[in-house]
Design a binder for this molecule. Structure first.
Ligand code: NBP
Length: 498
């Protein structure tokens, strides 16, 4: 700091030393925990937040005794950074991110790096990456998963964007992320919006995993009349086998958790699910790129239907279901069938998710490393599971694998689960228990393994009413129109794929 005389007044000019390895903007739950995680790994972090009192609070409390430094303006924050400057933004997605980027651009130099670690839309990341490249700045859009605890002790990190930035952030990211068998759950994902696209699909898959677990719980509770202790034991048992995962583990804990009055808390929670949008975006992307991510879409719609609580309560008094609501067969066998339905449906869900990744990669020319993505999700994040190790192995064995369902391990697993899975879906239908995710997974499986589907009739109908033309099975690529009624014309509509 130096004192410079200016006319009659003395103006104080701040001089800050470039001491920090990285800056982090956004001192809510994710930002604070990520900063402490970086500090634990030996990096000096400069903390900044729009509401600057939070910087002082953080330094005086959570970050007390650490090497973390604070800044009360973006100018101060930038001045405290070593070059190339690395700035990570962890604020509410959308306008706040653009607002910070706009304020940062005039303060930065060529080659400086802006990382957005929030849940941004991948199209926003594509736009930001392009716009910043034009200003000679490097942009990274990184998926961050694992919630508060992940951020603190090892999140799954999915960075994509301008690859020139990767060598400068690799060490920090791969130090602070979760590890799976010693390997970092973070690697370079791909260009522009690839990191956020992969995070979005991760979240979509998370919706699917949660819905599948809910359906298993619903059947056990309604069709088998099991109590919470018993259901918790079943989930605990499942967690020792191929379903071993964070979500199964916490479900076992949630089911047996009792509140202060000694009653099971989960049974008192209103059955109306919330959502923040990433599942919806995945389903929309599926529609956009023509990829049937049916299980994720059904999981989003299942939350929407659950949210119509008042309407459902009224309808429940009006609409009849089957008289029989309890499964009459062997309980233990049926529980095993539920496990198989869950496992097979989960395989379908991940197969669909990777189909969407492949389609987006082709659309945007991303070179995605599918095995690497499975490894990034293997630890640190909400969908972490033993199962993801099998997916990594499948892509390691065949990096060009077209569909997970065609990998030998998964093919065999689905075959072994198939009879139980069909039993569960059939019985749920008979007993009137909604299982949209189990059912759509099975419908997808049956559709995907069908060499022939009734779409010939759809094509005929389209041509009949709209002259949309059709191809003949033995000569694809050539389009025909038939005057089906003898009264229509012979002119066809233009051909295009929606
Ligand atoms: P929040 O999503 O709650 O955002 C809080 C931060 O955003 C604060 O720093 C706040 O500043 C800032 N902010 C807001 Br709100 N509006 C702003 C604006 N108009 N201009 C500038 N700053 C603004 O924090 P979070 O839960 O830590 O999540 C951070 C990001 O990480 C989000 O994108 C989130 O979706 C994502 N994420 C969260 C989780 C999780 O488990 N929570 C997991 C993975 C990813 P202020 O203090 O001045 O209000």
């Amino acid at each position: 700091m130096g004192n410079v005389p200016c006319r009659s007044k003395t103006v104080t000019i701040q001089k800050w030393e470039p001491v920090a390895d990285i800056a982090l903007i956004g001192l809510a739950v994710m930002g604070q925990n990520l900063i402490l995680n970086m500090n634990d790994h030996g990096f000096v972090v400069c903390a900044y937040n729009r509401t600057t009192e939070k910087v002082d609070n953080f330094l005086a409390n959570e970050a007390k005794g650490t090497k973390v430094v604070g800044a009360h303006s973006l100018q101060e924050m930038v001045a405290k950074l070593k070059k190339p400057r690395r700035i990570m933004i962890l604020v509410k997605a959308g306008k706040p991110v653009d607002s910070f980027i706009d304020q940062l651009v005039p303060l930065l130099d060529k080659g400086d790096i802006i990382i957005d670690g929030g849940n941004s839309e991948y199209q926003d990341s594509r736009r930001r990456c392009l716009a910043l490249a034009e200003k000679n700045l490097l942009f990274i859009g990184s998926g961050v998963s694992g919630g508060e605890e992940g951020a603190r002790y090892g999140p799954s990190l999915m960075p994509g964007g301008n690859k020139d930035a990767w060598p400068h952030i690799k060490e920090i990211f791969q130090s602070i992320c979760a590890k799976s068998n010693g390997e970092p759950c973070c690697d370079w994902v791909g260009g522009d919006g690839a990191g956020h696209f992969v995070k979005m699909v991760h979240n979509g898959i998370e919706y699917g995993d949660m819905q599948l677990i809910c359906e298993a719980y619903h059947i056990m509770k309604s069709a088998l009349g099991m109590d919470n202790e018993k259901m918790s034991e079943v989930f605990d048992e499942w967690n020792k086998g191929e379903l071993d995962s964070f979500l199964i583990e916490i479900t076992a804990n949630i089911l047996k958790f009792k509140d202060d009055s000694g009653e099971f808390l989960v049974e008192k929670i209103r059955d109306a699910a919330g959502q923040k949008g990433t599942g919806k975006w995945t389903a929309i992307s599926g529609l956009e790129y023509g990829t049937p991510v049916t299980l994720i879409a059904e999981s989003v719609f299942a939350r929407c239907l659950s949210a119509l609580k008042d309407e459902r309560v009224k309808a429940s008094k009006e609409l009849e279901g089957p008289r029989e609501v309890r499964y009459q067969g062997d309980q233990q066998e049926f529980i095993e069938s539920i496990r198989k339905a869950l496992y097979a449906s989960k395989i379908v869900s991940y197969a669909q998710g990777f189909m969407l990744l492949r389609e987006a990669a082709s659309e945007f020319n991303w070179k995605l490393n599918y095995g690497g993505i499975a490894l990034m999700w293997r630890g640190g994040c909400i969908i972490r599971s033993v199962f993801l190790g099998k997916i990594k192995a499948a892509f390691d064995k065949d990096p060009g694998l077209n569909n997970l369902l065609l990998d030998d391990f998964f093919k065999k697993a689905v075959t072994e689960c198939q009879a139980g899975w069909r039993q569960v879906v059939a019985n749920a239908v008979l007993l009137g228990i909604p299982t949209p995710a189990f059912s759509t997974a099975l419908a997808f499986y049956d559709g995907y393994r069908s060499g022939t589907l009734p779409a010939n009739l759809i094509q005929a109908q389209r041509d009949y009413f709209g002259a949309h033309t059709y191809e003949l099975a033995d000569s694809p690529g050539k389009f025909h129109h038939t005057n089906w009624t003898g009264t229509g014309g012979n002119v066809s509509a233009s051909t295009y794929q929606a």
